[in-house]
Write a protein that binds this ligand. Structure first.
Ligand code: NAP
Length: 262
């Protein structure tokens, strides 16, 4: 079994590390973590993860997962490239806006590169994870490592910016919607914790209905709405205030800013 090293154990790096353990894919002792302020990984160390520096990670691990911010990626790759070509290593990048070609150039082409776009739900095995890469065997290796973390989809790398917005950033969009639903729930009678629980579980149920039935969302909406009923009056009121339009415009706005990240 491989050892996995995560360089950049911040929000998404730690979500992946915890997900691999929570989903019983790997023991924490086989997952190496680094960040600049390693002292902030004390809790992870107590849970059995190996907290170390980038060089040790690259020496010890077969799968090196880069999870730093886009503007930090080049410096990190420069520092580790001499070690990347030793053994059968794979460089996996979750870094937005940095292409496979750039990573290959920076690393001197000594290691296969696979790009992955997960979201923070990987921590509980409910992630959406898009994968792109030209080296088929490495893509398969990475997919088999992370498929326990949620649903995987192999995509063309050109779609990575769109996957970043729809899947990774998408968590924030759905969170805001769930928050709005629970705020409405408080106004019509529930305590905040009850409203939050009902909103989150109803969101999960809506997603499950789509996943299990293969239906279009509108088909499921038709099952809930009755003529002149309260569901359709509420939905239409939301649309009069621009619900669908606001969401689409927000997604397109996020997408238009993605190339500014580097
Ligand atoms: N957050 C998400 O949901 C998500 C989802 C998909 C993809 N991504 C992408 O994943 C990347 C990380 O995002 P994030 O939200 O996890 O950011 P983050 O929480 O800021 O994590 C970045 C981590 O990189 C560490 N780091 C910086 N320079 C380093 C170096 N030279 N060596 C080792 N570690 C170093 C930082 O350490 P210090 O804090 O100690 O300086 C920090 O812990 C970004 O490119 C982002 O676009 C994020």
């Amino acid at each position: 079994m491989n050892k996995v090293g995560i360089i950049g154990a911040g929000n998404i790096g730690c979500a992946i590390a915890k997900g691999l353990v929570n989903c019983k894919k790997m023991d924490a002792s086989r997952i190496y973590l680094s960040r600049k302020k390693n002292n902030l990984l004390e809790d992870h160390k107590k849970r059995g993860f190996v907290v170390t520096d980038n060089t040790t990670i690259v020496k010890a691990c077969d799968i090196i997962l880069l999870a730093v911010l886009p503007h930090q990626a080049r410096e990190v790759v420069d520092d580790i490239k001499a070690l990347l070509g030793t053994g059968n290593k794979v460089l996996v990048s979750v870094v937005s806006a940095v292409t496979i070609q750039e990573l290959q150039e920076w690393s001197g082409g000594v290691v296969p590169v696979v790009r992955v776009m997960p979201n923070t739900a990987v921590e509980f095995g409910a992630g959406m994870i898009c994968i792109a890469g030209a080296h088929e065997a490495s893509v398969d290796q990475v997919r088999s490592l992370i498929e326990s973390l949620g649903q995987t989809m192999i995509i063309n790398e050109q779609l990575m910016p769109a996957a970043t917005i729809l899947g990774a950033t998408g968590i924030a969009f759905f969170m805001r919607f769930i928050r709005a639903v629970s705020q409405g729930g408080i106004q019509i009678g529930f305590h905040a914790d009850e409203a939050g629980q009902i909103a989150a579980q109803t969101a999960r149920g809506a997603a499950e209905l789509l996943m299990q039935s293969d239906h279009h969302p509108e088909t499921q909406i038709d099952r809930v709405t009755t003529p002149m009923g309260c569901t359709i009056s509420g939905l239409n009121e939301m649309e009069h205030f621009g619900l669908s339009s606001a969401v689409i415009k927000g997604i397109v706005k996020s997408f238009s800013g993605i190339s500014d990240l580097k």
